[in-house]
Design a binder for this molecule. Structure first.
Ligand SMILES: *[C@@H]1O[C@H](CO)[C@@H](O)[C@H](O)[C@H]1NC(C)=O
Length: 278
């Protein structure tokens, strides 16, 4: 116990000194990037500014530059200077920025997001001595699910589902329009692959890809399944055909027999008439 106390006494002042000794400012965007925004909705970015007491900040700026392209063209969105109830000024009507020194936070809100609002967002804090610290966050449009496709890997009984560029796609599988069961197959962890355990493979396998904007599907249709009903139906049909053939044969025989009998009768009649004539 005593050892611990002594240790903490020796370590504590060191720990307390650490933030003071390094006069750096800790700045980070709290949103996990890339942030995907549905067009028409609002984008809200939050930055945490952790500064040491006595470290005076003179300005916070929010800017944006294109995510790709050789010449980064920075556009100032908002500048926050000084104090007061509204220390920030936005450069556009749909931009609203705020700085809350007490909560060590600065926010940037863009209402009615349009795809052109995408890019690399940069928040910069300027110290009174002129030093600057920046943090970035990539913002992109939230895109609908596109081009779902299913391909089959025959040798491994695998169905693989693909999707082009939708944001945050979630995969699920249906068999003949209901969720797949263990008797049909096993879905991989990420949902993109269905290992078929059913044998022989038959029926309709559908991959459904969903995100916040909706869903799209693709279907692989295997051979038609032979159900019990269809099986007995086929047997019944064969029996019917056989019966018809037998009936036909019997009828044919009957006609042939009658024809022969009437032939005999006619012959006998002719003989009879001949006898009488002679
Ligand atoms: C089928 O799947 C196996 C295992 O995942 C893989 O090694 C093989 O290359 C695939 N075949 C084709 C034609 O994609």
């Amino acid at each position: 116990m005593e050892v611990l106390c002594v240790l903490s006494w020796r370590v504590a002042p060191l720990l307390l000194l650490l933030p003071c000794a390094s006069k750096s400012l800790n700045l980070r965007v709290l949103n996990e990037g890339p942030v995907h925004v549905i067009p028409g909705s609002n984008l809200l970015l939050r930055a945490r500014i952790e500064s040491t007491p006595g470290d005076k900040l003179s300005m916070v700026t929010w800017e944006r530059e294109a995510e790709t392209g050789s010449t980064p063209n920075r556009l100032v969105l908002a500048t926050c200077q000084g104090s007061g109830p509204s220390p920030c000024t936005g450069t556009r009507p749909n931009v609203l920025a705020n700085v809350n020194v007490g909560e060590e936070e600065s926010t940037l809100q863009i209402s009615g997001y349009v795809p052109e609002d995408g890019g690399d967002y940069i928040v910069t804090v300027t110290h009174q001595n002129g030093n600057q610290t920046s943090a970035r966050c990539i913002v992109r449009e939230y895109e609908a699910v596109h081009h779902v496709s299913v391909s089959i890997n025959m040798s491994h009984s695998l169905l693989v589902c693909g999707e082009a560029w939708g944001t945050d796609p979630h995969f699920s599988w249906l068999y003949n329009r209901v969720a797949v069961t263990q008797t049909v197959g096993q879905v991989s962890q990420d949902g993109t692959t269905l290992r078929i355990t059913q044998s022989p493979i038959c029926g309709r396998f559908t991959c459904m890809v969903q995100n916040q904007l909706g869903y799209a599907t693709a279907t692989y249709t295997a051979a038609e399944c032979e159900t019990e009903e269809e099986h007995s139906g086929a047997i019944a049909a064969v029996v019917c055909v056989l019966l018809l053939l037998v009936c036909g044969a019997l009828l044919g025989l009957l006609f042939w027999w009658r024809y022969r009998r009437s032939g005999h009768a006619r012959e006998r009649l002719r003989e009879h008439v001949d006898e009488q004539l002679h």
